[in-house]
Design a protein around this ligand. Structure first.
Ligand SMILES: [Zn+2]
Ligand SMILES: [Zn+2]
Length: 252
Protein backbone atom coordinates (compact mmCIF):
# COMPACT_ATOMS: atom_id res chain seq x y z
CA UNK A 1 0.00 0.00 0.00
CA UNK A 2 1.13 3.55 -0.41
CA UNK A 3 2.75 5.32 2.47
CA UNK A 4 0.48 8.35 2.67
CA UNK A 5 -0.87 8.14 6.23
CA UNK A 6 -4.07 9.72 7.51
CA UNK A 7 -1.92 12.12 9.54
CA UNK A 8 -0.04 13.30 6.48
CA UNK A 9 -3.28 13.67 4.52
CA UNK A 10 -4.89 15.71 7.30
CA UNK A 11 -1.82 17.90 7.55
CA UNK A 12 -1.79 18.58 3.79
CA UNK A 13 -5.50 19.39 3.72
CA UNK A 14 -5.19 21.68 6.73
CA UNK A 15 -2.23 23.59 5.29
CA UNK A 16 -3.88 23.95 1.91
CA UNK A 17 -7.21 25.17 3.16
CA UNK A 18 -5.78 28.65 3.80
CA UNK A 19 -3.11 28.61 1.13
CA UNK A 20 -2.75 31.74 -0.93
CA UNK A 21 0.34 32.85 -2.81
CA UNK A 22 1.27 35.29 -5.55
CA UNK A 23 1.04 32.43 -8.04
CA UNK A 24 3.43 30.80 -10.48
CA UNK A 25 4.27 31.74 -14.07
CA UNK A 26 2.97 34.59 -16.22
CA UNK A 27 -0.65 33.71 -15.41
CA UNK A 28 0.07 33.71 -11.66
CA UNK A 29 -1.50 30.31 -11.19
CA UNK A 30 -2.16 29.19 -7.64
CA UNK A 31 -3.47 25.75 -6.72
CA UNK A 32 -4.75 24.19 -3.52
CA UNK A 33 -5.13 20.57 -2.48
CA UNK A 34 -8.84 20.01 -1.85
CA UNK A 35 -9.24 16.28 -1.29
CA UNK A 36 -7.15 13.11 -1.09
CA UNK A 37 -8.27 9.48 -1.22
CA UNK A 38 -6.93 6.01 -1.87
CA UNK A 39 -7.18 4.82 -5.44
CA UNK A 40 -6.48 1.16 -6.10
CA UNK A 41 -6.13 0.65 -9.86
CA UNK A 42 -5.23 -2.11 -12.31
CA UNK A 43 -1.76 -0.53 -12.38
CA UNK A 44 -1.18 -0.54 -8.62
CA UNK A 45 -2.32 1.13 -5.43
CA UNK A 46 -2.23 4.90 -5.55
CA UNK A 47 -3.67 7.95 -3.81
CA UNK A 48 -5.57 10.52 -5.84
CA UNK A 49 -5.19 14.19 -4.99
CA UNK A 50 -7.71 16.70 -6.32
CA UNK A 51 -6.71 20.34 -6.73
CA UNK A 52 -8.53 23.65 -6.94
CA UNK A 53 -6.97 26.48 -8.92
CA UNK A 54 -7.47 30.23 -9.10
CA UNK A 55 -7.69 30.55 -12.90
CA UNK A 56 -10.40 28.25 -14.22
CA UNK A 57 -12.77 25.48 -13.23
CA UNK A 58 -10.35 22.73 -14.28
CA UNK A 59 -9.80 20.26 -11.47
CA UNK A 60 -6.25 19.02 -11.88
CA UNK A 61 -5.31 15.66 -10.41
CA UNK A 62 -2.20 14.02 -8.99
CA UNK A 63 -1.95 10.25 -8.87
CA UNK A 64 0.67 9.42 -6.29
CA UNK A 65 2.53 6.34 -5.17
CA UNK A 66 4.65 5.90 -2.06
CA UNK A 67 6.38 8.42 0.18
CA UNK A 68 6.41 11.52 -1.95
CA UNK A 69 5.67 14.17 0.70
CA UNK A 70 9.05 15.74 1.45
CA UNK A 71 10.49 13.31 -1.09
CA UNK A 72 13.58 13.79 -3.22
CA UNK A 73 14.18 12.55 -6.77
CA UNK A 74 10.50 11.66 -7.09
CA UNK A 75 9.72 10.27 -10.57
CA UNK A 76 7.07 12.51 -12.16
CA UNK A 77 5.13 12.23 -15.40
CA UNK A 78 3.00 15.06 -16.79
CA UNK A 79 -0.02 13.95 -18.78
CA UNK A 80 -2.51 16.18 -20.54
CA UNK A 81 -6.12 15.12 -20.46
CA UNK A 82 -7.42 13.46 -23.63
CA UNK A 83 -11.00 12.27 -23.31
CA UNK A 84 -11.07 10.59 -26.70
CA UNK A 85 -7.81 8.72 -26.13
CA UNK A 86 -7.63 8.18 -22.35
CA UNK A 87 -11.29 7.18 -21.93
CA UNK A 88 -12.63 6.08 -25.32
CA UNK A 89 -9.47 4.36 -26.55
CA UNK A 90 -9.28 6.52 -29.66
CA UNK A 91 -6.65 5.52 -32.20
CA UNK A 92 -6.25 9.06 -33.49
CA UNK A 93 -3.57 9.62 -30.86
CA UNK A 94 -1.51 7.53 -28.45
CA UNK A 95 -2.48 9.34 -25.25
CA UNK A 96 -3.96 6.25 -23.61
CA UNK A 97 -0.89 4.15 -24.32
CA UNK A 98 1.29 6.89 -22.88
CA UNK A 99 -0.86 7.26 -19.76
CA UNK A 100 -1.05 3.51 -19.16
CA UNK A 101 2.70 3.15 -19.63
CA UNK A 102 3.31 5.92 -17.07
CA UNK A 103 0.87 4.47 -14.52
CA UNK A 104 2.29 0.98 -15.00
CA UNK A 105 5.86 2.26 -14.63
CA UNK A 106 5.11 4.23 -11.47
CA UNK A 107 2.89 1.46 -10.13
CA UNK A 108 5.95 -0.77 -10.10
CA UNK A 109 8.21 1.86 -8.50
CA UNK A 110 8.53 2.64 -4.80
CA UNK A 111 7.32 6.17 -5.38
CA UNK A 112 6.17 8.41 -8.16
CA UNK A 113 3.55 10.85 -9.41
CA UNK A 114 1.42 11.26 -12.51
CA UNK A 115 0.07 14.80 -12.83
CA UNK A 116 -3.11 14.63 -14.85
CA UNK A 117 -3.58 18.10 -16.26
CA UNK A 118 -7.11 18.87 -17.37
CA UNK A 119 -6.17 20.68 -20.53
CA UNK A 120 -7.99 18.80 -23.20
CA UNK A 121 -6.89 19.26 -26.79
CA UNK A 122 -3.78 21.20 -25.89
CA UNK A 123 -5.82 23.57 -23.81
CA UNK A 124 -8.24 24.54 -26.59
CA UNK A 125 -10.97 22.28 -25.26
CA UNK A 126 -12.77 19.19 -26.43
CA UNK A 127 -15.06 20.90 -28.93
CA UNK A 128 -12.17 22.55 -30.76
CA UNK A 129 -10.22 19.32 -30.76
CA UNK A 130 -13.15 17.48 -32.37
CA UNK A 131 -13.32 20.35 -34.88
CA UNK A 132 -9.68 19.73 -35.76
CA UNK A 133 -10.39 16.02 -36.20
CA UNK A 134 -13.31 16.92 -38.43
CA UNK A 135 -11.10 19.15 -40.55
CA UNK A 136 -8.72 16.23 -40.94
CA UNK A 137 -11.59 13.97 -41.97
CA UNK A 138 -12.40 16.49 -44.68
CA UNK A 139 -8.89 16.28 -46.02
CA UNK A 140 -6.91 18.97 -44.28
CA UNK A 141 -3.31 17.93 -43.80
CA UNK A 142 -1.65 17.53 -40.43
CA UNK A 143 -0.11 20.97 -40.48
CA UNK A 144 -3.48 22.65 -41.04
CA UNK A 145 -5.23 20.39 -38.56
CA UNK A 146 -2.51 21.05 -36.04
CA UNK A 147 -2.97 24.77 -36.53
CA UNK A 148 -6.67 24.30 -35.94
CA UNK A 149 -5.90 22.20 -32.90
CA UNK A 150 -3.73 24.98 -31.55
CA UNK A 151 -0.49 24.77 -29.72
CA UNK A 152 -0.15 23.79 -26.11
CA UNK A 153 0.45 26.57 -23.68
CA UNK A 154 3.41 24.71 -22.24
CA UNK A 155 4.38 27.50 -19.92
CA UNK A 156 1.01 27.44 -18.23
CA UNK A 157 1.20 23.64 -17.91
CA UNK A 158 4.55 23.75 -16.25
CA UNK A 159 3.51 26.53 -13.87
CA UNK A 160 0.51 24.47 -12.73
CA UNK A 161 2.66 21.33 -12.47
CA UNK A 162 5.38 23.09 -10.47
CA UNK A 163 2.86 24.47 -7.98
CA UNK A 164 1.09 21.10 -7.65
CA UNK A 165 4.41 19.45 -6.80
CA UNK A 166 5.27 22.20 -4.32
CA UNK A 167 1.85 21.78 -2.70
CA UNK A 168 2.72 18.10 -2.27
CA UNK A 169 6.02 19.25 -0.67
CA UNK A 170 8.08 17.38 -3.23
CA UNK A 171 11.68 18.57 -2.82
CA UNK A 172 13.07 17.39 -6.15
CA UNK A 173 11.94 15.31 -9.11
CA UNK A 174 13.18 13.05 -11.87
CA UNK A 175 11.06 13.98 -14.85
CA UNK A 176 9.73 11.08 -16.94
CA UNK A 177 10.12 12.49 -20.43
CA UNK A 178 11.89 11.88 -23.69
CA UNK A 179 12.51 15.58 -24.13
CA UNK A 180 15.44 17.00 -22.14
CA UNK A 181 14.21 20.56 -22.82
CA UNK A 182 11.15 20.00 -20.61
CA UNK A 183 13.40 20.00 -17.55
CA UNK A 184 14.23 23.68 -18.08
CA UNK A 185 10.58 24.64 -18.08
CA UNK A 186 9.85 23.07 -14.70
CA UNK A 187 13.06 24.50 -13.28
CA UNK A 188 12.08 28.00 -14.43
CA UNK A 189 9.05 27.75 -12.17
CA UNK A 190 11.15 27.02 -9.12
CA UNK A 191 11.12 23.25 -9.01
CA UNK A 192 14.31 21.28 -8.57
CA UNK A 193 14.68 18.71 -11.33
CA UNK A 194 17.54 16.33 -10.59
CA UNK A 195 17.21 13.94 -13.48
CA UNK A 196 15.32 12.51 -16.38
CA UNK A 197 13.80 9.05 -16.84
CA UNK A 198 13.07 8.06 -20.45
CA UNK A 199 9.40 7.27 -21.02
CA UNK A 200 9.56 3.80 -22.48
CA UNK A 201 6.51 1.78 -23.41
CA UNK A 202 6.62 -1.96 -22.88
CA UNK A 203 6.63 -4.41 -25.79
CA UNK A 204 3.01 -5.30 -25.08
CA UNK A 205 1.97 -1.71 -25.62
CA UNK A 206 4.23 -1.53 -28.62
CA UNK A 207 2.61 -4.56 -30.19
CA UNK A 208 -0.89 -3.33 -29.59
CA UNK A 209 -0.16 0.27 -30.53
CA UNK A 210 1.75 -0.69 -33.63
CA UNK A 211 -0.80 -3.25 -34.80
CA UNK A 212 -3.68 -0.89 -34.11
CA UNK A 213 -1.91 1.82 -36.07
CA UNK A 214 -1.45 -0.52 -38.97
CA UNK A 215 -5.06 -1.66 -38.73
CA UNK A 216 -6.29 1.89 -38.47
CA UNK A 217 -4.21 2.94 -41.42
CA UNK A 218 -5.66 0.17 -43.55
CA UNK A 219 -9.13 1.20 -42.46
CA UNK A 220 -10.07 -1.76 -40.26
CA UNK A 221 -10.77 0.18 -37.09
CA UNK A 222 -11.84 3.63 -38.12
CA UNK A 223 -11.82 5.48 -41.37
CA UNK A 224 -8.77 7.63 -41.27
CA UNK A 225 -6.71 5.51 -43.58
CA UNK A 226 -3.44 7.21 -44.25
CA UNK A 227 -4.21 10.11 -41.95
CA UNK A 228 -1.41 10.68 -39.49
CA UNK A 229 -1.94 10.89 -35.76
CA UNK A 230 -1.84 14.23 -34.07
CA UNK A 231 0.71 14.38 -31.28
CA UNK A 232 -1.49 15.49 -28.40
CA UNK A 233 0.94 14.83 -25.59
CA UNK A 234 4.00 17.02 -25.32
CA UNK A 235 6.37 14.09 -25.80
CA UNK A 236 6.69 11.32 -28.31
CA UNK A 237 6.99 7.92 -26.62
CA UNK A 238 9.89 5.50 -26.83
CA UNK A 239 8.61 2.02 -27.54
CA UNK A 240 10.72 -0.96 -26.49
CA UNK A 241 11.78 -2.98 -29.51
CA UNK A 242 11.24 -0.15 -31.99
CA UNK A 243 13.86 2.17 -33.38
CA UNK A 244 13.36 5.93 -33.23
CA UNK A 245 12.86 5.92 -37.00
CA UNK A 246 10.04 3.36 -36.73
CA UNK A 247 8.35 5.44 -34.04
CA UNK A 248 8.78 8.62 -36.09
CA UNK A 249 7.19 6.84 -39.06
CA UNK A 250 4.02 6.33 -37.02
CA UNK A 251 3.67 10.09 -36.80
CA UNK A 252 4.52 10.95 -40.36
ZN1 LIG B 1 -0.32 29.17 -4.39
ZN1 LIG C 1 -5.11 12.06 -27.35
Amino acid sequence: MTALTHEVIEELIEENCCHECEGVGKDKVCVRIEAIAELPTRFGDFHIVAFWNNRDEKEHIAIIKGEIVGGEDVPVRLHSECLTGDVMGSLRCDCRDQLEAALRMIGQMKKGIVLYLRQEGRGIGLVNKIRAYSLQDMGLDTVEANLALGFRDDERDYAVAAHMLMSLKVKSVDLITNNPKKIEQLTQHGLQVNGRIPHVMQPNDHNRFYLETKAAKSGHFIDFSGKPRLAEQADRPIIQGMTEEQIAALYE
